[in-house]
Design a protein. Structure first.
Length: 292
């Protein structure tokens, strides 16, 4: 069943991204919509397995984390905690990389933020700091909610269905690492075009796997700790807009090197690794055998 899931998730992902490879790559106007379409392919993989197994959907929903798990209070608490904590981790990582001299921030003039907003056609008031505050509120409070559906498209596959099966057969650590590698390589239709690390070109696909392994540890802990996929969904939904906005706080004259700066860079890997060690050490998860 894992093979069927991967064939659907990977095959449809490459099919979704094919116009980018035949067109202008990252500069293609359809990049955003096609990557958005790609996000639903892991969920389609889960549905393909469900169609073969013919498990009653209520049972299937519980097994794949669509419910709130056995302890709803814990799930709701970790849902809210992930929503709040992920942006803090993102901006905290940026502050750390700035303190280490790995990125130059321009909090006074907001030169990179201003240039990015103007390049995307967003009108700015006289004081760009007011626009930044609006963007911070939108990216932290509104966009995670709007992103719940597409992020469920990913998380239902990777953490909802796949992770518990890998953990049951290989153990917690090996299951988490393998699921992170699979998740990272699934991004290759976009990352091999240089997405996230433009300076690396196709090698960006391999570097992004490292980030996915470590971020997958945190999202995986949320899934295994609660028996629900929803805390991982909101964590993922909060990560993307925060990570994008954080890098806009750099200096337009010396833009951040995403290989080392930000939560997806090497400095971010160190932060994620420490957080994962703390979570698994303080609140270990159980290895369970999934029913389906």
């Amino acid at each position: 069943m894992i093979l069927l899931f991967l064939l659907v998730a990977y095959g449809l992902a490459w099919l979704s991204a094919l116009p980018l490879w035949l067109g202008d790559g990252l500069a293609d106007p359809s990049f955003g919509p096609l990557v958005g379409l790609m996000m639903f392919t892991p969920a389609l993989g889960v549905l393909a397995v469900w169609a073969v197994r013919r498990t009653p959907f209520r049972v299937w929903a519980r097994e794949t984390g669509l419910t709130l798990g056995e302890r709803r209070g814990r799930t709701i608490g970790l849902f809210l905690a992930a929503w709040a904590a992920v942006p803090l981790v993102v901006y905290g990582t940026l502050a750390m990389t700035a303190a280490l001299g790995l990125v130059s921030l321009d909090l006074g003039r907001l030169s990179l933020f201003t240039a990015t907003m103007r390049a995307t056609g967003v009108p700015l008031p006289g004081d760009p700091h007011a626009a930044l505050l609006v963007q911070l509120a939108v990216s932290t409070l509104l966009l995670p909610v709007l992103n719940l559906v597409p992020m469920l498209g990913e998380e239902w596959g990777w953490r909802g269905w796949l992770l518990p099966r890998l953990v049951a057969s290989r153990g917690v650590l090996s299951g988490l690492v393998l699921s992170g590698v699979i998740w990272g390589l699934w991004h290759a239709p976009a990352t091999a075009l240089g997405y996230n690390y433009p300076s690396l070109g196709p090698w960006a696909a391999l570097l992004f796997v490292g980030f996915c392994v470590l971020a997958g540890m945190l999202f995986g802990w949320l899934r295994l700790r609660t028996g629900s996929v929803w805390p991982a969904v909101i964590g993922h939904a909060a990560l993307n807009p925060a990570a994008s906005l954080a890098l806009m706080l750099g200096d337009a004259a010396a833009p951040p090197n995403t290989v080392v700066a930000g939560v997806t860079g090497l400095a971010g890997w160190a932060v994620l690794a420490v957080l994962a060690a703390l979570l698994f050490g303080r609140w270990p998860v159980r290895q369970e055998q999934p029913a389906g």
